[in-house]
Design a protein around this ligand. Structure first.
Ligand SMILES: Cc1ncc(COP(=O)(O)O)c(C=O)c1O
Length: 298
């Protein structure tokens, strides 16, 4: 086990970890790194999930997906767009992540967000991006736990918050798929731990009914749930724009792996109903009432 002990001066913990991996690769010629940020196999691995959604749902109008390495949004989104050219793709990031052009900052949320520019992010896919703050994601993950059979951690909370809003503000016949990347099991000591949340001032913040709106991703530094309908690849020079060795920007990504494990659940909702999730067990079902649900995972 190798642990980095100090953040990279520009690229934070995430870049420090990547540099340690590069050193190890150089020192061990037989070593191999999957490099989830830039490896096209990450994207390709999610294509079957999209075909599964098409087979089960028949039609998808909107996809709500979190973005970390960009893998699952690119893999699922490109296939769905090929079936449904008018598909609306809604990206969900966290405040202080640089992926969509915001400046880097300290991030508590794991899974979604990045302090480098992953080459796997399919910028051309996104019709809009939402940034969600940690207290808002905690509120949503806990509300799901209280009121639904399924919940999850940071990204599930953030996606659920955004998907609920998308459902509420879309025509009733719209079919919305929201991808829940995992279940709650990894967040017992954080999102679902009252003491931990209190220490990090995460409790008691009820998110606004609607996101704050900005017209350009760089217009202002966002600190709460915010939406932008103009998504662009951040300008070259800010990072590597993807594809290369990982662009850099400052701040903390935490020392543990911020990366996912390639597992994604998904959920679909019709019109203004809520959302539901896959929970790590492959699961499909009709949902309740006219809320068509299809949860699939791994
Ligand atoms: C829990 C969780 N949420 C969100 C993500 C972001 O997904 P992606 O890396 O496919 O963009 C990951 C990624 O690994 C994850 O583990």
């Amino acid at each position: 086990m190798h642990t980095v002990t100090a953040p990279h001066p520009v690229g934070g913990w995430q870049q420090a970890r990547r540099e340690r991996v590069a050193e190890l690769l150089a020192a061990h010629p037989d070593a191999w790194c999957p490099d989830q940020y830039h490896n096209p196999d990450n994207v390709a691995a999610y294509r079957p999930l999209a075909y599964e959604l098409v087979a089960q749902l028949g039609r998808v109008d909107t996809l709500v997906v979190s973005v970390g390495t960009g893998g699952h949004s690119a893999g699922i989104g490109r296939v769905l767009r090929s079936f449904f050219p008018a598909l609306r793709v809604v990206g969900v990031d966290t405040c202080a992540s640089i992926i969509f052009g915001q400046p880097a900052g300290t991030r508590l949320m794991r899974g979604l967000g990045s302090s480098i520019y992953p080459g796997n992010v399919a910028y051309e896919l996104f019709d809009e991006v939402h940034w969600v703050a940690a207290p808002e994601a905690v509120w949503a993950a806990r509300a799901l736990a209280r009121t639904r059979y399924a919940t999850g951690g940071w990204s599930v909370g953030a996606v659920a918050l955004v998907a609920r809003w998308v459902a509420r503000t879309s025509p009733a016949e719209q079919r919305i798929v929201a991808v829940f990347p995992d279940g709650p099991h990894r967040y017992v000591g954080t999102v679902f731990d009252d003491d931990w949340c209190r220490r990090h001032r995460l409790l008691g913040h009820v998110p606004a009914e609607d996101p704050q709106e900005i017209t350009r991703c760089t217009e202002t530094v966002v600190t709460r749930w915010t939406r932008c309908e103009k998504v662009e690849r951040p300008a070259p020079g800010v990072g590597d724009g993807g594809g290369g060795g990982g662009g850099m920007a400052a701040e903390d990504d935490g020392r543990g792996s911020a990366a996912g494990d390639g597992s994604c659940g998904s959920a679909a909702a019709d019109g203004s109903r809520g959302t539901a999730s896959g929970d790590g067990n492959r699961r499909t079902g009709p949902g309740d009432g006219n809320r068509g649900m299809a949860g699939v995972a791994r």
